[in-house]
Ligand binder design. Structure first.
Ligand code: 13P
Length: 281
């Protein structure tokens, strides 16, 4: 069933586990993720960045692909189709019109007032259509931010202001995590994470899940994180497997064999990830 994330994340918040947000890049990845999560009978959020949407042909191509796969593969788990880091209102609305069940509007590069204005407009359009909305406060950077400390962290006050003025359904506060591989040890602000979780009725999202040590993932979940975004890690295990396959099979040219040689690596890693997250149906 294609759903928004509201029910799945509320359950996760109550029962203290995290739902995986796994970024998709093509038909094969989507198929592997759906098959594995369906086998494990756990909910999943399929994250689609704007770059990945463009790569796959556009939002309509993706909703058609996901709906078709779910039907043909008899997928019975709740699946949320979510725009990851929607950069503007127009793109979020386009995805909603194409059938996405959830969007992240990332206006975190603006001042809070402007972030609120843009987010509110997306929420109004989305909620009228049963679509959930995530927003970001502070700024979650790339791995380079991990060492040059240009990260601007979120505060409880800013999170409350954004929530109260927009009615968003989940919030991604920047608290030290970054996208991509970490340079050094991730430095997460668990105290503020718990403070925000205790004072906001909506679930908290952790971006930059790749490379955070297991004990810190567990601590983040205990501090209120209900959705954890993973992208780089699946890309990394897939490319390693494909590279090895190509080294060992120099004469192969069938793209199905080449792309498919990464299937097991993705599926194995997903199982490890959701075991760590404690994800339940
Ligand atoms: P990673 O690529 O670090 O796993 O982060 C993914 C993410 O946060 C997508 O929004």
């Amino acid at each position: 069933m294609l759903v928004n994330f509201i029910e799945m994340l509320q359950e996760a918040k109550q029962e203290k586990y995290a739902v995986p947000h796994l970024n998709i890049n093509d038909l094969e990845w989507t198929k592997y993720i759906l098959e594995k999560c369906n086998q494990l009978q756990i909910p999943v959020i399929l994250g689609v960045s704007e770059g990945a949407a463009k790569y796959m042909g556009g939002f309509h191509a993706i909703t058609g692909m996901v709906k078709g796969l779910m039907k043909d593969l008899n997928i019975t788990i709740p699946v949320c189709l979510h725009v990851d880091h929607g950069s503007c209102k127009e793109n979020c609305l386009k995805a909603i019109d194409a059938g996405f069940t959830s969007v992240m509007i990332d206006a975190s590069r603006y001042e809070l007032e402007e972030n609120i204005r843009i987010t509110k407009e997306v929420v109004e359009y989305a909620h009228e259509r049963g679509v959930s909305v995530e927003a970001e406060v502070g700024h979650i950077g790339g791995a380079e931010d991990n060492i040059v400390s240009t990260i601007s962290n979120a505060t409880l006050e800013d999170c409350l202001t954004l929530y109260n003025n927009t009615g968003i359904d989940s919030i991604a506060p920047a608290l030290g995590s970054v996208h991509g591989f970490y340079k050094g040890e991730p430095n997460l602000d668990f105290e503020t994470m718990k403070e925000i979780s205790d004072n906001l009725p909506i679930p908290l999202v952790l971006h930059g899940g790749t490379g955070i040590p297991d004990d810190k993932i567990k601590k983040a979940i205990s501090c209120g994180i209900c959705k954890i975004n993973i992208n780089t890690e699946l890309q990394s295990v897939w490319s390693k497997a494909v590279r090895e396959y190509l080294e060992e099979n120099k004469n192969v040219y069938d793209p199905r064999k080449i792309i498919g040689s990464g299937e097991q690596a993705i599926k194995t890693r997903i199982e490890e990830i959701v075991t760590l997250f404690g994800t339940k149906r």
